[in-house]
Each structure stands twice: as C-alpha cells, then as structure tokens.
Design a protein around this ligand. Structure first.
Ligand SMILES: Cc1ncc(COP(=O)(O)O)c(C=O)c1O
Length: 464
C-alpha cells in the first residue's frame, strides 16, 4: 500500500472511509456489509480524475456538474492562495470585502434584465432557500402578505435544506423528513418522451400544455397565496428535460399575470453548462431571480449566489427594513477570488463559444447510441445530456423497480466506473445515465464517452 492510501493515523483510507466518513446520499451497507471498497479519487487533470492506484477516469459529470474549466488549474489554486494570504475571512454581515464586491458587480453585469443585486451563499441549496425567503418577505413588504407558496415541477431537485427540500419534487428524498416546510406544490415537468401521447409529436403544443399546468397549479392554490415558481432551465433530475419551444415565454406570461416570481434555478445550468453564462439567456427569458452555484467557481471553492431583480431589492433599500438572512461562509473572500479567476478563464478561453460550437457534435456522438436496444432517448442541451434506458424501445416500457435496482445500482454504476467513465446512473425518475463533463472537452472525449457507454450498455442488455 502506498503512503498516499494511508491516513495520518496509519489506517488504510478505504477502511477509515468505511468506518468514519458519512458520505452524502450513500447507501453505506455497500461498504459495511457488502464488502465493497469506497472509491477514492485523489487527483484531477483536465477532463480526467485518478484514483489512489493511479487509474484514470474520464470525469463525465464534472465532479457533480461543477468543474466547468476542468481539473488541475493552478491559476485557480493560486487565486485562492493569494486571497487567503491577504484576507482569509471576513463576513458580509454589514461589512464588505473587495472580492465579493467585484464579483457581485461582475455577475450583475452578466445577468439579464434588471437582475443586478447579488446575495452570496455557500452553495445551491442555500441560494434556493434564500430565494424562497426573499419571495415571502418581498410580498409582505409590498402588501401581499398571503403570497408564500411555491410551485415547482415533478422530480425536480432543488436542494436538501428544509425549505429547498419542500421545493424539491422527489418523494423518496423527502419522505424521511416529513413533515416539511408547508407551501410546496408540484406541477408536471417537460419530459416530452413521457408526455401524453397526443402531444409527443408537437413540442410547441406540449410546451404550452406544460406551462399551462403551472398556471393551473397557481390558480388551484389561489394566486394571492403563491409567491414563486421555481424551475431549472433544463431539469436535471429525471434525466435532462429541456424546455419545449415557447415554454418559458408562456411561463413568463403566466407569472406576470398572477404576480408570481419566476425563479430560474441555475445551480447546474449556469456558467456555460447549456452555453451562455446564464442559461435563461439560452432560452430567451428573464426571470426575477437566478439561483446559481457549482460552476461559478468550477468547484475550486464553495460558493452560491441568489441574483435578484432591482424591483425585489427596492423595498429593502428603505427605513429599518433588512433581509434577516445570511450564512457565515456566504461570499467567502477566497471563494469570490476563485470565482473571479474562473470567469477570467471563461473569457480568455472562449468557453461559452466552445460549448455552443461543440454541443451539436456532443449530442450527435451520443445519439449514435440510439442503435442499441436499451437506449430509448438521448436528450439535453449544451454539455448536459441524459440517456434514458428502456426495456422496450417500441412501447417505451421502462424497468420495474427491482430491475432498475439491479440494472443501475447492481451493474451499471460499478461497470461504468470500472470501464473508466465517471458519470451518473440515476433512477429518481425513469432510469437514465447522465453526462455533464467539463466544458473544455472536444470530439476525442465525446468519442471516448460514447465507446465506453456502448460497451457497458451492450453488456447490460445481455444481462437482462
Ligand atoms: C437545480 C439544483 N438546485 C439546487 C441544488 C443544491 O445545491 P447544493 O448541493 O450546492 O446545495 C442542486 C444540486 O445539485 C441542483 O441541481
């Protein structure tokens, strides 16, 4: 065993991980009872990560939809080091520091419309939490105190803190923690592959239908009780549901009609994942709030942000009113310095342009997999795709719970990793493989992803 695989106390890291680390969203019995070894990633370089034995994996998920500029950027490490030496920490509680100010100005400048007020958090869930609280307080301040409910979409994931979890639409993730914060209601998402049959061939009609379901939910709840609609530009959970044409135009109309805030949760979709720095611009709508995190620093330091329109900030600019909300580490000076350096890389290397140019090639390469009997659908946008696996392509029949368990957890996840591809096999909706690689990759890596998936999916089919 190399020294790199041992803790300072002399324990094998796989054992110490099994015995002391509580991993997130992890079924620990795999390691404590099943004899599995905790996979340990020790190093990253570009689009690749390496385990303790030096084995290489293509990072098909950019860590967790995060490492936009790729791994091993010394420039970002240096930005962090420089800032930590100058001012390691100071809060944004009635005081400010230069990197938070500079980043707020930069994000305000990049964000669409009049979204020009930036509230920093430590991550995406906290930004969602902050957005809901802002929506509630804003309406109290403007004389509509009953407006407090939120509409979001089926299977959507918006975070795990109590408020964000109430907005999340995945029953299994919520069940252990019920009762949650009251006020979260669901409407259908934009999964056209599973849309009512008469709408599948008409994306525009489907978009209208899906947006109108949100309008209907607002009306069912009573518009004077609904504060906000939370949607991702491309919904992640369920396997990458892009908006059908006209969807956001209609949704914006509905929100305006009912004086309901439109919150674009871009925790995954911002910072080039779809193309533009803010994905609402890819789909041509201006929300009232953007929540973002992850790619803002490419994961080199934790940071999230809620970017609000000047209209929402206005009531907070007067008298003794304040937004009684905050986080010690929100807008951490080191994270803000890293975000600035990260956005410099975006500009210098033209990453937005790179994604726009290469997205059709990435999609085209993944679509080759449609010749496999197990691949029902390839969908997504930019550098963000879901591949839905089906039992019967003709009827779109999906797998039973037990089959999905065997297929995804039992076979696909370990087999893909073994094949040298880190990505996600997910069954929070129908079974999908999800891809969101660093934005720096090109055709060579697209082909590598396709080849690895082809091998493993062919094997999976033969095991059914
Ligand atoms: C759309 C969306 N919102 C919120 C979150 C929560 O972000 P975090 O894990 O940084 O709290 C996520 C995380 O993946 C997300 O995808």
């Amino acid at each position: 065993m190399s020294a790199g695989n041992v803790t300072p106390r002399g324990t094998a890291r796989t054992e110490a991980a099994r015995d002391h680390l509580w991993m997130h969203f992890t079924r620990h019995s795999t390691f404590s009872e099943g004899g599995g070894e905790v996979p340990i990633i020790t190093r990253g370089e570009g689009a690749y990560v390496y385990d303790a034995a030096g084995k290489q994996y293509l990072d098909g998920l950019a860590g967790l939809f995060t490492v936009q500029v790729g791994h091993g950027r010394t420039e970002l490490a240096e930005a962090a080091s420089k800032q930590a030496q100058e001012l390691a920490f100071f809060p944004l509680w009635s005081y400010a520091h230069p990197t938070a100010i500079d980043l707020a100005e930069r994000l305000a400048h990049e964000a669409p419309g009049d979204l020009d007020r930036v509230f920093f958090t430590s991550g995406g869930g906290e930004a969602v939490e902050a957005a809901w609280k802002l929506a509630k307080q804003y309406f109290k301040l403007v004389g509509k105190p009953m407006k407090h409910k939120v509409i979001s979409r089926a299977i959507a994931y918006h975070g795990t803190t109590a408020g964000a979890l109430s907005i999340t639409g995945i029953p299994e993730v919520k069940a252990p923690f019920e009762p949650l914060v009251p006020g979260g209601f669901r409407a259908p998402n934009t999964n056209i592959y599973r849309a009512p049959e008469h709408l599948r061939e008409d994306p525009k009609a489907f978009g209208r239908w899906a947006a109108d379901r949100i309008g209907e939910a607002i009306e069912f709840e009573g518009a004077d009780t609904v504060a906000a609609v939370f949607v991702e530009p491309v919904q992640n959970a369920g396997g990458c549901f892009p908006p059908p044409p006209g969807y956001f135009e209609r949704l914006r109309e509905i929100c305006d009609e009912h004086d309901v805030l439109l919150v674009s949760d871009e925790t995954i979709c911002a910072f080039g994942r779809i193309g533009e720095l803010f994905a609402c611009e890819d789909f041509d709508y201006v929300p009232d709030i953007i929540t973002c995190a992850k790619g803002l620093t490419s994961g080199y330091a934790p940071l999230g942000a809620m970017i609000a329109s000047s209209r929402l900030f206005e009531p907070f600019a007067h008298g003794d009113t304040s937004f009684a909300h905050g986080y010690t580490f929100g807008g951490h000076p080191v994270s803000c310095a890293v975000a600035m350096a990260n956005l410099d890389i975006f500009e210098r290397e033209g990453l937005v342009q790179h994604v726009h140019e290469n997205a059709p090639r990435f999609r085209g390469t993944l679509e080759k997999l449609l010749d496999l009997p197990i691949v029902g659908d390839v969908r997504g946008a930019g550098f963000f795709y879901g591949i839905e696996l089906v039992k019967d392509k003709q009827t779109r029949e999906t797998f039973s719970g037990e089959e999905a368990e065997r297929l995804l957890r039992g076979f696909l996840s370990p087999a893909l990793f073994e094949a040298g591809l880190y990505c996600r096999a997910d069954d929070r909706g129908d079974p999908v493989i999800q891809l969101a690689p660093p934005l720096v990759i090109g055709q060579r890596e697209f082909d590598e992803i396709e080849q690895k998936l082809r091998g493993v999916l062919t094997q999976a089919w033969s095991k059914l």
